[in-house]
Design a protein around this ligand. Sequence first.
Ligand code: BDP
Length: 657
Amino acid sequence: MAVHGASDQVATAVRELAFGLAEMTGMAPEITDDPDGMDTNMIRLVQFDEALSLRLQELVPRQALNEEGYAIQTIAENGGESIVVAAKSGKGVLYGTFHLLRLLQTGDLGGNLNILENPRNGLRMMNHWDNMDGSIERGYAGGSIFFKDNEFIRDRARIRDYARLMASIGINGAAINNVNVHHTETLLITPRFLPDVAAVAEIFRGYGIALFLSINYASPIQLGALDTADPLDPRVRAWWREKAREIYGFIPDFGGFVVKADSEHRPGPFTYNRTHADGSNMLAEALEPYGGIVVWRCFVYNCLQDWRDRTTDRARAAYDHFKPLDGQFKKNVVLQIKNGPMDFQVREPVSPLLGAMPETNQMAEFQITQEYTGQQKHLVYLVPQWKEVLDFDTFARGEGSEVKKVVAGETHPYAYSGMAAVINVGNDPNWTGHTLAQANLYGFGRLAWNPDLPEEAITAEWVRLTFGKDETIFRALRSMLADSWHIYESYTSPLGIGWMVNPGHHYGPNVDGYEYSVWGTYHYADCQGMGVNRTLKNGTGFTSQYAKENMERYESLESCPDELLLFFHHVPYTHMLHSGKTVIQHIYDSHFEGVEGVKAFIELWRELEGRIDAERYEAVSERLRIQLAHAKEWRDVVNSYFYRKSGIEDQYGRRIY
Ligand code: BDP
């Protein structure tokens, strides 16, 4: 192996490649730093710079690479063949090296390599919802890998493994603490904890990951410095400027802040009658001299509302709050917008805010951790859901303004944009609790790198990297993964209705769990019908937040897609769907089918016994058993609820409990 380039990430690439090769071949490779040597059959890792020989410079179309891109090419030299991984930056070399390792591991290295890859999204971020007591909000795979008992975990081996995992799928930023910043986490930006934060940032740096912190908007007050957090108060501004200077003293390449403000009891600029532009710009101004950014979440709504009039529909909140502020944000603020207008339900329309602010940086927020999608007890592969979101045409600049183009900064020219996700890892040995939930983590990284990757290609990569090249395993898992989201949807919530879950922890069926609460998440079922009327004509008017094409599609009962019907319309149970079924019959059928779907998973998985190591085989079998039991409960609770409400018999006379 020959190396040209001195950055931290090139050094990491060398270590990773040496380690990978040694693991796969049993032999440690020889490493030289003479890129023009006369050896044959080399792997060359090359970071372009002035000192590089012309011969290597000319190998790759360097202009075609962006800062994080890479090329992998087979070249003839010295009578043999070498493989060159070349990039402009150390990060690019590292990503290329992981790509090469992937090819080695899946056995796809044959033939002449001629690969050129650039990430489509600039920001490819993970959001941890880790608390310093070691718990993880909405975490289903054990405790935090960063914190325990209100301290940092000293043994950082796991953090290093985490960073490798992230870099191998192209992640370049991570916020390590929960967006709900409690007292201890407020201290993360003080000298009490900054040395520890810096130690984690150093590990991240080697893997090209910028460390971000979620901050408490009221820090100037909570940390005892001031009696206000008013963003227009000069003392508050000065406080944050000084704070930024202090943080960058510890971490010169600190990524910036992630902020949840004025949401679910978090403090924010509204307290001072200031806008979210005022609030975020103040922080952006402090970070600007150091190249830091503010990731400002748009999950802002009044969680104490009781929806009585058409103006307080929770679905409208993000757009209503942020759209009028377009153009008022500084260039180093990026708005992070949840994929749907509500909150990571199994089915929601795409957030109408995505694409709607040409003058303001935007990125999309997804949820890998399966809060509302089975809590890693249920198999739910989210890549198909994310692809639907990414492929959704916003029409923001006419046809062809898909979400993936918006968040890549291609529809509107954004300075910062990309994709973020709430991650699903914890300190469980297999990272994600459910082994098959790893596919979601992998898939998110791959889509953030390239949103055009087909679902099946991502699945194939993951299955082969995780379980080897056995075709039987691939066929079984491909079908289980591909169907799993729809199956989960079918035994949980029908036709775009969300939240029929137990309040608080959000697991298990409870049709009226949130129906009479202030949180603004209703199904409005009565004896006649159900669904939320969000039309412009006589509902909440939410449909009008979409571009005309989408607005018209959702507004009309004729064109609204079945799977979102009850999100947009209140209809009688006897309303006929495009599928040819009535709403009530659809509810019955889908809930019965969903349970059958889980039974089919179990059959498919059984065929893999003996092909997969016993530990993973058993662990997944156990989760599938739980899934089946809970799917039946879901089916029975939901079906009997709507049977009793509507009084309408199942067309097939099945017994409804
Ligand atoms: C909701 C979660 C809550 C989070 C919130 C958020 O239930 O734990 O704090 O999202 O995104 O889905 O801020």
